[in-house]
Design a binder for this molecule. Structure first.
Ligand code: IMP
Length: 501
């Protein structure tokens, strides 16, 4: 006889938070949104990885490429670069994020001394950078002979065949700093000498990197930037249960800081095998798994060694898994069930495994609800797809700007590894996702600023200054369908409004 759960499965919109006492300490400035994302012995050690805002972008072609990863890490969150692409291409995206530094940038526009103005223009076109280094062997770490910026040449007045050594600023005339100079010292030199970039060289005058004035200024605007010990942005990468023996070592070599198994149903022996292989290959690799919706799924992946566990089946905005396969669970109920299992696991073992609520965030307050219900961080697809920084096209449809957004289980993405049924690889018998548009919403920073302001305001209403405090103190109530109607503006004739939802 089949087992039937007695509780109905519910979603976020069916709950509200009941405010707690707000104290004088509970102001938005005092709210800390940082959160652990990998397992650790809570109370005994610090987690190996924390993020500064509790948001990660979905492992999807239409959401998480290097551009999104840079923008989100600069804000304090994290992207998982999509895995439904060849290993080399995914690694290239990871390298691009790691190379992007608000501090010292490894020069990726380099020329040999016999290069010409035509080569400079070609390089500028390809790389999009105004500054090129001339090194003895044309490599990013070769002996520095000179620098070329757009001030050094005039295309209209010079022969394209002119050799770079004739117009570059030669090393003898360059302001430079030695390896070991701190970012702060480098910026003092930039200011003192009124230059826009500062090459850093070792004691043999080999190029180590460049520090740009503009990077330092934007770094100051991003106090939450998520950086590793080399001051590179932190980036995650999706993986699958098929080609992990090749993909994982390549991604780690490319610099991925944390991995995430990308699957619509993670309660499987394939996930266990993958986790065990990775931890044997290198126990230092951080890897999350999922998705699950109940205590059994959590326990299985926790025992298999997952560093975080992702929760959610069927709640994604582009998802038709529940319609197609009849599996899943309301997102709120799934988070509550898995958070309970996680807390029990912690009480038993002393190991805290962060959980990530994945999919189904429609309104900003759903983020706060998911956190209050026990999620440590939230994965979002539709939300991030709307921004300038997502990889998809911005289009005008019916007089409104939209961006494209498609599911990994749609025919467009054909991410069969995510929907692996264990059969012969490469096929998808039916779709589990749709291809769609989402309303264009502008810059990531402007939108996340507003969303986080709302999260902080709600946390203050709930008397909480940290996510952990919110999880402990939150009091939630199920709302009736009639009171849901009461939640929006009602019984008034609303004036025209472009209030974003
Ligand atoms: P959203 O934030 O509601 O748009 O949901 C994004 C999440 O939906 C992703 O992180 C995935 O877990 C899930 N997802 C992505 N593509 C598909 C699909 O094609 N079908 C079902 N779920 C998907």
């Amino acid at each position: 006889m089949a087992m039937i759960f007695t509780d109905e499965s519910r979603t976020f919109s069916e709950y509200l938070l009941v405010p707690n006492l707000t104290t004088a300490e509970n102001t938005p400035e005092n709210v800390d949104l940082s959160t652990p994302i990998v397992r650790y012995r809570k109370g005994k050690e610090e987690p190996a990885l924390k993020i500064n805002v509790p948001l990660v972008s979905a492992v999807m072609q239409s959401v998480s490429d290097s551009g999104m990863a840079i923008a989100l890490a600069r804000y304090g969150g994290l992207s998982f670069v999509f895995q439904s692409q060849p290993i080399a291409e995914q690694c290239e995206m990871i390298r691009k994020v790691k190379k992007y530094k608000a501090g010292v940038v490894i020069s990726d526009s380099n020329l040999m001394p016999h290069a010409t103005l035509a080569d400079v223009l070609d390089l500028r076109e390809r790389m999009g950078h105004q500054t090129a280094a001339v090194t003895e062997d044309g490599s990013p770490t070769g002996k520095l002979l000179g620098l070329i910026t757009s001030r050094d040449y005039r295309v209209s007045r010079m022969d394209p065949g002119t050799c770079v050594t004739e117009f570059m600023t030669p090393f003898e005339h360059l302001v430079f700093a030695r390896e070991g100079t701190t970012l702060k010292e480098a910026n003092d030199i930039i200011w003192e000498h009124k230059v826009n970039q500062l090459p850093i060289v070792d004691d043999q005058n080999h190029l180590v990197g460049l520090v740009f004035r503009k990077d330092y200024e934007s770094h100051k605007e991003n106090p939450n930037e998520l950086l590793d010990t080399n001051k590179s942005l932190i980036v995650g990468a999706g993986i699958n249960t098929r080609d992990y023996k090749e993909r994982v070592p390549a991604l780690v070599a490319a610099g991925a800081d944390v991995l995430c198994l990308d699957s619509s149903d993670g309660f499987s022996e394939w996930q266990k095998d993958t986790l065990v292989w990775i931890k044997n290959y290198d126990p230092e690799i951080l890897v999350g798994a999922g998705n699950v919706v109940d205590a059994e799924g959590f326990q299985y992946l926790a025992d298999a060694g997952a560093d975080f566990i992702k929760v959610g089946i069927g709640g994604g905005s582009i998802c038709i898994t529940r319609e197609q396969k009849g599996i899943g669970c309301g997102q709120a109920s799934a988070v509550l069930a898995v958070a309970k299992a996680r807390n029990e696991y912690f009480a038993k073992t002393g190991v805290y495994i962060p959980i990530c609520s994945d999919g189904g965030i429609v309104l900003d307050y759903h983020i706060t609800l998911a956190l209050a219900m026990g999620a440590d961080f939230i994965m979002l697809g539709r939300y991030f797809a709307r921004f300038d920084e997502s990889p998809t096209r911005k289009m005008l449809v019916g007089g409104n700007y939209v961006k494209e957004y498609w599911g990994e289980g749609s025919n467009r993405a054909r991410n069969w590894q995510r929907y692996d049924d264990g059969g012969t690889g490469g096929k998808m018998a039916f779709e589990e996702g749709v291809d769609s548009y989402v309303p264009y919403a502008g810059k990531l920073k402007d939108n996340v600023d507003t969303s986080m302001a709302k999260v902080k305001a709600t946390m203050c209403s709930c008397g909480s200054s940290t996510i952990e405090e919110l999880q402990t103190k939150a009091r939630l109530v199920v709302v009736s369908s009639t009171s849901i109607i009461e939640s929006g503006a009602h019984d008034v004739i609303q004036k025209e409004s472009d209030r974003p939802r």
